[in-house]
Structure formats: C-alpha cells, structure tokens
Write a protein that binds this ligand. Structure first.
Ligand SMILES: O=C[C@H](O)COP(=O)(O)O
Length: 259
C-alpha cells in the first residue's frame, strides 16, 4: 500500500465500554468502505481501542484499509509483568501501531524516558509503528516547544538506535495543555511547531511523520495545511459524523496537493 498523504488516528482512550466501542467501530468501518480517499490509501485511518476490544475490532475492520493498534505496550519482551500487554501479542492480534508515551500515561503511570525508549524499541522490533506522543506541559514559544520535543524525541529513539532498529515513527505532537481542552492550540502555534518537527533529523533507517493531537476536530486540518502530516483525534471523533467531516476535509486537502 502506498504511503498515506494524511494520517488520521483516533484513540478511544477509556471513554467507551466494550459494546459502545464495537458500535462506533462498525460505523467507522461502514464509512471507510464508502470513502474513496480511504479506499485509495490517500488517507491513512487508524483506531486505538482499549485492549479487550481488539480481537472484535480486528474482525470489524477486516477487509478495510483501516489500521488498528494498542494505546500502550509493555517495555519488556515477555515474562513476569502482571497486567501488561506485549508488543508481540498486539502484533499477533493484527495490530500494526502502538501508542507510546501519551501524556496521561506519563502523568498517571509515571512513564519516564527510559521506559518510553524501551517501548519504542519493542514496537519496532515487532513491526509495529510507534505513535510516539510528545509535547510540552506549559505553553511557551514555538521555538521552546521544538527544542523540548527534539530532546524528548532523541531520548525516545535512543534504544532503537542502539539496537539499529528501523521503521517509521508517527510523531504525535500533543501540547499537554491542549489535551482535553475546549479547543486546540492556536493554529499559528501548531503550524510553527509541527513545521519545525517535520525538519528534525532522524537516525539512519528511521523516518517520521508529524501528526497533531490536542482537542483536534472538524475544521482544523484545513487550517494547518502542509505543516502537519495528519491529526491524532480524541473526543471530537466520538461523533462519527464529525469524523466523516474531518476525513472529507483531509481528503480535499490531499487532493489539492497541499501537502
Ligand atoms: O489521544 C488523543 C489526544 O490526547 C487528544 O485527545 P482530545 O482530542 O480529547 O484532547
């Protein structure tokens, strides 16, 4: 499959129960089956449900180009890690992406740079695309955000580099102060930071695309233009009609060759 022009990802976090997750995924699968930009691979759509839903979600999206993955993976290969899910198990279930280092996991589970680097290495070892979440805690200048993100990105790649792993990283730029907010960060701020992050040098064999997350919703992708490679959506994709609007907007942008 060709590389998508624009990535759109949705993390369901822990908002939905099991049945609600499946119902939402059925609606998204129906949408994906009818949408030319998704069918043709211009828009890469991925869904990150909670782990117990993954086998059923895999069935629902079977035969569609929609990808799915986990909201976390364990930093270890296997063994005595009670309550954790390994990258290899996620891969065995058909997952192709692993979200790593979300601000909520850093905050509530004390995930640190070493754990995050080990998770990135685990994901790449098992052929999963890391959706690596990085972003500053407090608003500042775009230059300050870029510098902090660059440092966190290098730390997150450290073990992968040491192990000479290869693959693509989806760099989810998520300013922490814009997550769960009424609206996203200002357009000019997102554009400046993401344009800077797109220019970051990556080690040999590793490439990255930059997607923006943090209260993203309808209307945003068109305002950001070519300074981002996509969006990482949360609450504002719960309404599948809103998700359809976002896919339509991304499709228009991709077709206009704006990226
Ligand atoms: O995982 C997604 C991001 O944290 C964004 O969530 P949100 O759009 O609900 O703020």
């Amino acid at each position: 499959m060709t590389q998508p022009v624009i990535w759109l990802g949705v993390s369901l976090k822990m908002y939905f129960g099991y049945q609600q997750t499946l119902q939402w995924c059925r609606e998204v699968a129906a949408l994906a089956r009818q949408h030319p930009a998704i069918q043709q691979g211009e828009i890469g759509l991925f869904i990150l449900p909670s782990f117990p839903a993954i086998p059923a979600v895999a069935e629902i999206f079977h035969g569609t180009p929609v990808r799915f993955g986990g909201q976390n993976i364990c930093q270890a290969e296997n063994g005595a890690w009670t309550g954790e899910v390994s990258a290899s198990t996620l891969q065995e279930l058909g997952g192709t992406l692993a979200e790593i280092g979300h601000a909520e996991r850093r905050r509530y589970f004390n995930e640190d740079a070493t754990q995050i680097a080990a998770k990135v290495a685990q994901a790449l070892t098992h052929g999963l695309t890391p959706v690596l979440c990085i972003g500053e805690a407090m608003p500042g200048s775009p230059q300050q955000a870029i510098a902090l993100c660059e440092q966190q990105f290098a730390e997150a790649l450290a073990q992968a580099v040491a192990q000479q792993l290869q693959g693509e990283i989806l760099f989810a730029y998520e300013p922490q102060w814009a997550i769960g907010a009424p609206q996203p960060a200002p357009d000019s701020y997102i554009r400046a930071v993401c344009a800077g992050l797109q220019q970051l040098a990556t080690p040999p064999g590793i490439s990255h695309r930059v997607i923006y997350g943090g209260s993203a919703g309808p209307g945003l992708i068109q305002r950001l233009g070519g300074d981002v490679d996509g969006l990482f959506l949360g609450r504002f994709a719960h309404d599948t009609a809103a998700l359809k609007r976002i896919i339509d907007e991304a499709s228009t942008l991709a077709q206009a060759g704006a990226l």
